[in-house]
Write a protein that binds this ligand. Structure first.
Ligand SMILES: CC(C)(COP(=O)(O)OP(=O)(O)OC[C@H]1O[C@@H](n2cnc3c(N)ncnc32)[C@H](O)[C@@H]1OP(=O)(O)O)[C@@H](O)C(=O)NCCC(=O)NCCS
Length: 166
């Protein structure tokens, strides 16, 4: 009986849907300028453009981009699978004007599906201890803190490592 089955995978916010014009697709190199813009604003980081291409190569399906009706990226999630059976979210951000409309949820749910398809067991990520919005988001998604990373960020802020089973 379905009601008696243990709930093995509960995704939060499953009823939250971003505007119908938002579509997810794999990253493409022409996305780099817009992705860099989102990274600069949302994550306050600047990376060499070639970093995005090289990180996408080992697992193209782990780098998801949310594009609007005109094809412009408004959010992305860059995950890598460099440790056996484990994924790591390296970057995750949505354009400020497009937040709280479900794009982050769509990106994370789709990324977790991709992890399942790849047969991975666990996802890890790092987050600034002061980033309450992201910590709340990840906690709703079943991530929990596994480590305190002292002085992890270039400006000296501590980080949390968080993880969840796939
Ligand atoms: C973290 C982040 C990616 C989330 O993206 P998002 O698109 O805003 O995510 P969602 O819209 O799916 O959900 C965000 C919140 O809005 C709420 N929400 C979503 N759709 C909503 C709607 N239509 N109406 C009201 N609230 C809504 C969700 O309930 C969720 O609440 P929670 O955070 O308390 O769980 C985004 O805040 C971001 O880019 N932050 C800056 C960069 C950053 O910190 N990245 C993480 C670094 S580790």
């Amino acid at each position: 009986m379905a009601d008696a089955m243990p709930r093995t995978s509960v995704e939060p916010l499953s009823t939250v849907r971003p505007p119908g014009t938002i579509q997810l697709r794999d990253f493409r190199p022409p996305d780099i300028p817009r992705v860099s813009e989102i990274v600069a604003e949302a994550l306050r980081e600047h990376y060499e453009p070639s970093l995005y291409t090289s990180l996408s190569q080992s697992w193209p399906g782990g780098f998801l981009v949310a594009v609007d009706g005109s094809g412009t990226p408004q959010g992305f999630l860059l995950g890598v699978a460099q440790v056996p059976r484990e994924a790591r979210v390296l970057m995750f951000a949505v354009d400020a004007a497009h937040r709280t409309s479900g794009i982050g949820t769509l990106l994370m749910n789709t990324f977790l599906e991709r992890c399942r398809e790849r047969g991975l067991d666990r996802v890890t990520l790092e987050v600034r201890v002061g980033n309450a919005t992201a910590i709340r988001f990840y906690t709703r998604f079943g991530y929990s803190v596994t480590d305190l990373l002292r002085g992890y960020y270039s400006d000296g802020e501590n980080g949390y490592q968080m993880a969840r089973p796939v």
